[in-house]
Ligand binder design. Structure first.
Ligand SMILES: [Fe+2]
Length: 327
């Protein structure tokens, strides 16, 4: 029941049915019942703060796993068996899902967003859209979403990304998770050497640059030390030579070979280091109705200094500035 598995930088925990019953009761009494207002994707402060205050609703070993993620001892945590919302309607707010997302987010840092991405929402709805079906974006469904890190072109990037499964079609599409250390071990040394050089270009996604022109030059997609590599990656990555292109192709081949597959559905959550993991998603069939896949997502900064020094305090003076602008 209380399974713990640690493999390749990914820690998996399962909450038992008995634990889940207690968690559901406590979350309703201590958080949801005390928060009568509708949840607001752009103003998460009060709800997230309340969830943080009651973090002990999460089993101790789950909080320990999140502490290991914060410490860099593990690079991804997968949780299964969290109490899920009883669905009352196609768009009923997933109150329990938001609560788990909030608790996990505030164990690791602070949620933030980008004005250009989902209009500055701090809790993102990830759902398929007909106009995005074949794109490399979170609205896609008909194509595999290739391996990437979040907001790779930007200089203020999330430290952690949290995804909670509100709903999923069957069979559940796999979220692919790649620990950069595994991928680096699999690659030719020449590939890794080249990808450490600041000679690559990553374009801004369309949401950040509607004209499609903004890009960051001089990116070394593999960073960190030989013993503790980091990664910054997007499908738009290009280099200027044949060797650069060979390195990109070799890296992607190697990374796909060592991917973990996580299937997110109601009650499942994955949180990973955006510096140490790439992620992608297999294609699935979207119906564009109330049965479609629906994830909640937050971007997390463990230290708000970068946001504060670059963008200043929040206009209302209430703690951190939660939005980053396009570069
Ligand atoms: Fe993503």
């Amino acid at each position: 029941m209380n399974e713990i598995a640690i493999a390749g930088g990914v820690t998996t925990e399962s909450v038992s049915e008995a634990e889940a019953a207690g968690m559901r009761r406590s979350a309703r009494e201590q958080i949801i019942g005390r928060f009568p207002r509708p949840l607001d994707r752009q103003d998460t402060r009060d709800h997230f703060r309340l969830a943080a205050r009651h973090e002990t609703i999460l089993p101790e070993r789950v909080r320990d796993a999140l502490a290991r993620l914060r410490d860099g001892a593990t690079d991804a945590v997968v949780l299964h068996g969290l109490p899920a919302d009883d669905r009352t309607g196609p768009d009923a707010p997933p109150l329990l899902g938001w609560t788990w997302l909030a608790m996990v987010t505030r164990q690791l840092g602070h949620e933030f967003g980008y004005r250009a991405e989902k209009n500055g929402d701090l809790v993102h709805d990830v759902r398929p859209r007909p106009d995005g079906a074949a794109t490399q974006s979170n609205a896609s469904s008909a194509v595999d979403l290739s391996l990437h890190t979040e907001v790779a072109f930007h200089d203020v990037r999330p430290d952690f990304v949290v995804l909670y499964g509100v709903r999923s079609p069957q069979p559940r599409p796999a979220t692919r998770l790649v620990h950069i250390a595994d991928a680096v071990r699999e690659c030719r040394p020449e590939t890794v050497r080249r990808l450490r050089e600041p000679r690559f270009r990553i374009a801004a996604p369309e949401s950040f640059s509607p004209a499609g022109r903004a890009a960051t030059e001089g990116v070394g997609p593999i960073g960190g030390s030989p013993g503790w590599p980091t990664v910054r990656w997007h499908s738009s990555i290009t280099g200027s030579t044949a060797q650069d292109r060979a390195a990109i192709a070799d890296f992607l081949d190697c990374a796909e070979r060592v991917a973990h597959r996580v299937r997110l559905g109601p009650g499942s959550l994955v949180v990973f280091s955006n510096n140490r993991c790439l992620h992608g998603r297999d294609s699935f069939t979207a119906q564009y109705d109330a049965s479609d896949r629906w994830l909640l997502r937050t971007y997390v900064l463990r230290d708000v200094t970068r946001l504060m020094t670059r963008y200043g305090p929040a206009p209302d003076g209430d703690g951190i500035r939660t939005l980053a602008e396009a570069a």
